[in-house]
Write a protein that binds this ligand. Structure first.
Ligand code: MG
Length: 208
């Protein structure tokens, strides 16, 4: 079911049978060949954390972090507002970032992920660990290549899956090298409509 503009939905990110994070989003466009989903600064989210509620220790290696018990608890999406542009079937999404305080455009983040899967709550996906950051001047860099290699080593991805993720990453990188859509498009000047309220975290956010 396509969602009308302004609807509040959930983007849930799964790691196997466990939820990694849940982001309440506002639908900007939900077309058969394209979706634009808005994550507003200040939105309540669910995210992975240590059992005592402290943030995950990013200094631990991927394997170490995978071995510690974690829980999914309450957080807030702070500082930046994000618009996620995704084409169905593609295993990456272009995320435009703005600093919330003054809506200065900060650049793009390409999230490698499983293609969005429609659910009764919104969309489900899972993260492919590797990412790309693109600066406002067009310069770009791989992010978390080492984590991706670690994830591969601990068996999060099969060799075939890892190869497919790398091929998708290369397709995304070639769009960036060519300054292809959505880089430099009108989406970089996008602004939310004033009357929109922050989405809330509904009951049943972890429903399967
Ligand atoms: Mg990612």
């Amino acid at each position: 079911m396509r969602r009308p503009k302004g609807d509040h939905i959930l983007l849930r990110n799964w790691h196997g049978k466990l939820i990694s994070y849940v982001l309440p989003l506002t639908v900007i466009e939900d077309e058969p060949d394209f979706s634009a989903l808005y994550l507003a600064a200040g939105t309540p989210i669910k995210q992975r954390m240590m059992p005592d509620g402290t943030p995950l220790d990013r200094s631990l290696s991927y394997a170490e972090r995978s071995a510690v018990p974690i829980k999914v608890g309450d957080g807030t999406w702070a500082e930046n507002s994000v618009l996620m542009l995704t084409k169905p079937g593609e295993a990456h999404s272009f995320w435009a970032f703005w600093r919330d305080a003054d809506w200065e455009f900060l650049g793009w983040y390409v999230n490698l992920q499983a293609p969005l899967e429609r659910t009764s709550l919104g969309f489900d996906s899972s993260d492919h660990v590797l990412d790309i950051t693109v600066d406002t001047d067009g310069s770009w860099a791989w992010k978390d290549e080492d984590e991706f290699e670690d994830a591969r080593k601990v068996g999060r991805f099969t060799d075939d899956e890892a190869d497919e993720i790398l091929a998708e990453a290369e397709r995304a990188a070639s769009k960036i090298r060519n300054r292809g859509w959505p880089l430099g498009s009108a989406w970089e000047e996008w602004r939310p409509e004033m009357e929109w309220t922050l989405p809330e975290m509904p009951e049943g956010w972890n429903r399967v």
